[in-house]
Design a protein around this ligand. Structure first.
Ligand SMILES: *[C@@H]1O[C@H](CO)[C@@H](O)[C@H](O)[C@H]1NC(C)=O
Ligand SMILES: *[C@@H]1O[C@H](CO)[C@@H](O)[C@H](O)[C@H]1NC(C)=O
Ligand SMILES: *[C@@H]1O[C@H](CO)[C@@H](O)[C@H](O)[C@H]1NC(C)=O
Ligand SMILES: *[C@@H]1O[C@H](CO)[C@@H](O)[C@H](O)[C@H]1NC(C)=O
Ligand SMILES: *[C@@H]1O[C@H](CO)[C@@H](O)[C@H](O)[C@H]1NC(C)=O
Ligand SMILES: *[C@@H]1O[C@H](CO)[C@@H](O)[C@H](O)[C@H]1NC(C)=O
Ligand SMILES: *[C@@H]1O[C@H](CO)[C@@H](O)[C@H](O)[C@H]1NC(C)=O
Ligand SMILES: *[C@@H]1O[C@H](CO)[C@@H](O)[C@H](O)[C@H]1NC(C)=O
Ligand SMILES: *[C@@H]1O[C@H](CO)[C@@H](O)[C@H](O)[C@H]1NC(C)=O
Ligand SMILES: *[C@@H]1O[C@H](CO)[C@@H](O)[C@H](O)[C@H]1NC(C)=O
Ligand SMILES: *[C@@H]1O[C@H](CO)[C@@H](O)[C@H](O)[C@H]1NC(C)=O
Length: 740
């Protein structure tokens, strides 16, 4: 796999016309350049030029005499923000729901093609903070609560981004797990929990050769992340794990003296001035850093190291040759003032990819399909997929089915139409969206009458639904980043609860009371209360997440069966918040200490430990077909840190539709290891498999993936004893079991 990936990366690098270098080669160039820089030039590379003073959300000072441009950084993890006429990609959480490394990498590459087209050097993503609590405001930017799935999401996203010569920025180091109080709360995370949970995705990012990381707003152990040597110092987490790139601050996440930050391991400060909550430590353009070097509190060796790290990222991806000049203005949303919007970087291929990921991440939670016999025109079908020739009347109900206000602040801070992405710096600045109603109308044409009620009116919705062959009713839940501006309908970034917004649960129930073929579609950033799911008139539920701008077409693809829904839940869904075992600290007198006492037990790991069976479990998702599993074989080779285990089995399509299965491998450690009962350690995308077809699946478990973090020896250690492997269609839908 690694060799194939390297070959692919080199091939893509060649196709995109840049020189991909090893770290060694990059540092040879970086060191030579640093030797040639003045103090002023060095600090100019290490500090931002000030917020709103230049085009990108982050900028360094150029060195024209050596041809080094201002290094341009821009949000964010789901496409270029603050610029119109770019593609609105799916959220990280939907990408996780595909359980497809192929799509994780393809999304990273497609996003980066657009960043490069605009001349942006650093894509500020992927976000990889775990969903410690389901209400965490920014969790949708990332890949869910499971560290292994998040690690794979991080690795393949970075591989995709950097394959076209754009730098990725792994964020946020570390544990930016709630929005309330994030500017100073102190996370207390023990060493083992940090390594196995919150740091694990960063380890995978390092293995993907990520060139930069971003330190978080919050503190660790009472010390700001951006001057925390435990995270960034020579013996801290990331350097001990072999990270060779640079660390930049989150915007305004720096506090205290220049030396506190620089000597603890911070390499670059952004955006370069004080933005209310912090920042400006190095001085706009780096003047304070220069003074610190002249005064001796930061030594020249360290200064040179900082500059070399920044330049190494730039040289590693060959950005010194042929990189497009910045050709947009990110500091104002488009449409106001005189802006150079630059060329459109939307492409048909990217649109198709967004649509593909949207359908591949749609999770079919329920399907009670029944078909009456008779001639095709006389027969009726309830549930999914819909059969166009058998539907004469249809109702489409709910605010979430229609166009949102695409000009609702720079940060998408409204929920007034379909929810395709959350708000904040991880959002898109959509110029373009195809909402469900548009895609349904286009597809249905004149084959059926469509009655709409595109609001959440509890009388109009059922009135539209009455007597229809099928009623599609929408509900959503949104969250986002703690803004510098406002809360959204009382939600300060983190959601207040797990309810659908705007009483949409009541709307769904009111529609189901009058329509015996009700299809519920949920657009949500995370788990929501689905207490109505057993209603007998609700024949199907599609959990479509936050799928990006092609939300309508990707939904139509799964509604009508052009695509068999491929999404699996990247978290557990339960209406009871207590089932998750963690809380968001909302109320506090000053910045709170948040003690991660649950340690390794979040989401399904906690539920397992308490024998809680959630409403819908981690990894769950139905298909229009059925899959059979057989022939489990487990081969163990080597021992200790050089061991590995290979698991093979066969997946067969045993139903009546072609479809793609997402088999998952869970590992139960020997009891002495002190691990959760079961942990995800493998998944794959198998298919599309034609009816009757089968495929052998191979999953490898590396020594580290069978290890625990041993705090005494400070190493990954494989516990001795018997491991149990379960393979199945979700954590609870176990099909095959074996041991080694
Ligand atoms: C770059 O310089 C640093 C600091 O002097 C040194 O440790 C490193 O080996 C050099 N790397 C290369 C490739 O020259
Ligand atoms: C150093 O700068 C000089 C002149 O400014 C230039 O001729 C030389 O190529 C530079 N060397 C490097 C490694 O950038
Ligand atoms: C990371 O770099 C190493 C060494 O250059 C290479 O073997 C590996 O394939 C790279 N990984 C990715 C994801 O580019
Ligand atoms: C925080 O303190 C705990 C307990 O001493 C320690 O295990 C952990 O490594 C520290 N974290 C950091 C980032 O220094
Ligand atoms: C320079 O500063 C760093 C960070 O404080 C320190 O680790 C290192 O020992 C210093 N080096 C010299 C040569 O003084
Ligand atoms: C978006 O790009 C298209 C070309 O693809 C162009 O016709 C249109 O004017 C652009 N719109 C803006 C706002 O730049
Ligand atoms: C409806 O489907 C769900 C799963 O999709 C299943 O658990 C339930 O038994 C079905 N009910 C009927 C009446 O078929
Ligand atoms: C969209 O939101 C913007 C910003 O809040 C507001 O000025 C504008 O009136 C809204 N447009 C519509 C059609 O509601
Ligand atoms: C299901 O829908 C029918 C109308 O088609 C209605 O008569 C019936 O009461 C509904 N069932 C429930 C449980 O609401
Ligand atoms: C879930 O929502 C239903 C109403 O839609 C409500 O009655 C119930 O209390 C909610 N469950 C929880 C645990 O909040
Ligand atoms: C955090 O919780 C652990 C385990 O309950 C406890 O030992 C420790 O004292 C707590 N730390 C703080 C700062 O509350």
């Amino acid at each position: 796999m690694a060799r194939q990936l390297l070959a692919l990366v080199l091939l893509i690098a060649f196709a995109h016309g840049f020189t991909l270098r090893t770290w060694e080669q990059a540092y040879a160039l970086a060191n030579a350049t640093v030797a040639n820089l003045t103090l002023t030039e060095k600090v100019g590379l290490l500090a931002g030029v000030g917020q709103f003073r230049s085009r990108c959300v982050g900028n360094t000072t150029p060195v024209p005499r050596l041809g080094i441009p201002a290094i341009c950084m821009n949000d964010g993890p789901a496409g270029i923000r603050l610029v119109k006429n770019v593609t609105g990609f799916p959220s990280g959480i939907n990408t996780a729901a595909t359980f497809s490394r192929r799509l994780m990498q393809a999304r990273g590459q497609a996003m980066a093609e657009e960043f490069k087209g605009k001349g942006i050097h650093v894509l500020l993503g992927p976000a990889m903070d775990l969903m410690r609590n389901p209400k965490a405001g920014r969790a949708w930017e990332s890949f869910g609560p499971d560290p292994y799935l998040t690690g794979e999401g991080a690795y393949y996203t970075i591989a995709g981004i950097q394959s076209v010569g754009v730098q990725a920025c792994a964020k946020h180091l570390a544990a930016n797990n709630q929005e309330h109080w994030r500017y100073g709360l102190s996370a207390i995370i023990d060493d083992r929990t940090m390594h196995e949970m919150y740091f694990y995705p960063f380890l995978r990012a390092i293995e993907a050769n990520v060139t930069s990381m971003m330190c978080a707003y919050n503190q660790q152990n009472g010390t700001s992340s951006c001057h925390n040597a435990g995270l960034m110092g020579p013996n801290g987490l990331i350097r001990s794990a072999g990270f060779q790139g640079y660390v930049m601050s989150d915007w305004g996440a720096t506090h205290d003296s220049v030396a506190d930050n620089a000597n603890a391991g911070l390499d670059m400060e952004q955006p370069g001035d004080n933005i209310v909550i912090g920042g400006g430590v190095f001085g706009t353009g780096g003047g304070n850093l220069a003074n610190a070097v002249n005064g001796g509190s930061v030594n020249v060796t360290r200064l040179n190291q900082m500059a070399a790290r920044v330049l190494a990222g730039y040289y590693k991806l060959g950005q010194e040759t042929g990189y497009p000049a910045v050709n947009f203005d990110a500091q104002h949303s488009d449409g106001s003032g005189s802006l150079n919007l630059g060329v459109s970087v939307r492409s048909e291929a990217h649109t198709a990819l967004v649509r593909e990921i949207g359908a591949a991440s749609a999770v079919l939670l329920k399907n009670n399909r029944t078909t009456t016999t008779g001639t095709p025109s006389g027969a009726t079908t309830r549930g999914l997929p819909l059969v166009q020739s058998r539907i004469k009347s249809m109702a489409v109900i709910g605010l979430d089915a229609t166009y949102p206000n695409l000009s609702c602040n720079d940060l998408n801070e409204c929920n007034d139409g379909t929810m395709s992405i959350g708000w904040g710096s991880g959002s898109n600045s959509l110029a373009f969206i195809v909402p469900p109603i548009k895609a349904i109308q286009d597809f249905v044409g004149t084959s059926a009458t469509i009655t709409t009620s595109l609001n959440n009116d509890l009388n109009a919705g059922p009135a539209a639904a009455k007597g229809k062959d099928v009623c599609i009713v929408f509900g959503n839940a949104m969250s986002g980043e703690l803004g510098f501006y406002s809360t959204v309908v009382g939600n300060m970034g983190d959601r207040n609860d797990l309810a659908l917004w705007w009483r949409e649960g009541s709307l769904i129930e009111a529609v189901a009371a009058v329509c015996s073929n009700t299809i519920a579609v949920i657009h949500s950033v995370g788990p929501v209360n689905l207490s109505w799911s057993q209603h007998p008139n609700i024949t199907a539920i599609i959990y479509a997440g936050a799928p990006g701008e092609q939300t309508g077409p990707s939904l139509v693809d799964v509604l009508y069966g052009a695509v068999n829904p491929g999404g699996r839940l990247p978290y557990s869904i339960d209406e009871n918040e207590a089932s998750y075992g963690t809380t968001i600290v909302y109320n506090s007198l000053g910045f709170p200490v948040v003690n991660y006492t649950e340690q390794l037990l979040i989401d399904y790991r906690y539920m397992d430990s308490k024998n809680i069976v959630p409403h819908y479990e981690f990894g769950f998702g139905l298909s229009y077909t059925t899959f059979g599993y057989s022939n489990l074989k487990i081969t163990s080779t080597g021992s200790g840190s050089s061991s590995s285990v290979t698991v093979t089995f066969v997946v067969a399509n045993t139903g009546a539709f072609a479809g793609t299965e997402k088999p998952q491998l869970y590992l139960a450690y020997p009891a002495s290891a002190g691990e959760p009962k079961r942990v995800l350690r493998g998944f794959d995308e198998v298919g599309p498999l034609a009816v009757g077809a089968s495929q052998t699946v191979t999953m490898s478990i590396s020594a580290r993936e069978m290890s625990i973090w041993d705090v005494i020896t400070q190493a990954w250690v494989r516990p001795s004893g018997t491991f149990t492997v379960t393979v199945g269609a979700s954590i609870n839908d176990v099909r095959l079991t074996g041991t080694f």
